[in-house]
Design a protein around this ligand. Structure first.
Ligand SMILES: CC(C)(COP(=O)(O)OP(=O)(O)OC[C@H]1O[C@@H](n2cnc3c(N)ncnc32)[C@H](O)[C@@H]1OP(=O)(O)O)[C@@H](O)C(=O)NCCC(=O)NCCS
Length: 222
């Protein structure tokens, strides 16, 4: 998921003013607000901060990434301190996922990541995570609302699904708070590290989706 190579210089300032003022989509990326967060196509450093947001053991209990995708300390703490708007442009290596970072405008921090990607059945799925400091505050609702906004109002997708591990109550309740409803699906899914988990499935449909002027995901359809 992430290979930061020799990139610990997370404080480097580039294009910050222009990026932080950006609130609409263009051919380089998506940008929109939900609640206290600006959701935006990340720079490389913002993406590192987002990956760090899900790299702690409590999140990995549910996310199950491959070991070389997880950012370990002390780099994790450094990445979590990235100033939004810094870092070079970033091209996500997986072409079958649209990833956007949650930027906390009040605290000027990267707070998590939400994506729309090709899911278990080849159709679009959303999923994401918050940095430790942002969990347990009801903000998962805004995170997953942003996943629905990205799918329906930016990528033109009439339907999006999400899976949560049975027992991940915070995730399930946040998906429902965002408006998703329980749906049928395979009883299990496999995490990137190979762990098989029992699954709750969720779905959200809209009659008239919309495509913005941001990068599109031609590979996604329902
Ligand atoms: C999943 C995640 C985005 C949820 O967002 P959150 O804002 O932290 O969610 P909250 O802790 O506010 O919990 C949401 C609701 O579930 C309830 N809840 C959470 N854990 C609970 C538990 N163990 N038992 C009962 N209720 C629980 C909360 O009280 C809250 O209830 P409310 O809707 O009545 O306010 C976030 O916790 C996260 O990033 N976790 C780590 C990674 C992860 O699990 N990602 C999802 C993978 S599918």
């Amino acid at each position: 998921m992430v290979n930061l190579g020799e990139a610990p210089l997370f404080g480097r300032l580039t294009r910050r003013g222009r990026l932080m003022a950006k609130r609409t989509c263009d051919r380089r990326g998506h940008a929109f607000t939900v609640g206290r967060f600006l959701f935006r196509t990340p720079t490389a450093w913002e993406y590192a901060a987002a990956v760090a947001s899900g790299s702690d053991p409590a999140a990995q209990r549910w996310l199950g990434w491959l070991a070389d995708s997880v950012i370990a300390e002390p780099l994790r703490s450094e990445a979590l301190r990235v100033t939004p708007g810094t870092g070079p442009a970033w091209t996500y290596p997986d072409p079958q996922s649209v990833d956007i970072v949650a930027i906390d405008l009040a605290d000027n921090r990267c707070a998590g990541l939400v994506s729309v990607h090709s899911g278990e059945n080849g159709g679009p799925e959303t999923g994401g995570y918050l940095a430790p400091a942002y969990r347990g505050r009801g903000l998962g609702r805004d995170l997953f609302t942003a996943g629905l906004v990205l799918a329906h109002s930016h990528l033109g997708l009439p339907q999006v699904r999400a899976g949560a591990e049975v027992g991940n109550v915070a995730s399930g309740r946040s998906l429902e708070a965002a408006g998703m409803r329980r749906a049928a699906g395979p009883p299990q899914y496999t995490l990137p590290n190979g762990r098989v988990s029992e699954a709750w499935w969720y779905q959200h449909d809209v009659p008239r989706p919309y495509r913005c002027s941001g990068p599109q995901a031609e590979w996604l359809s329902v």
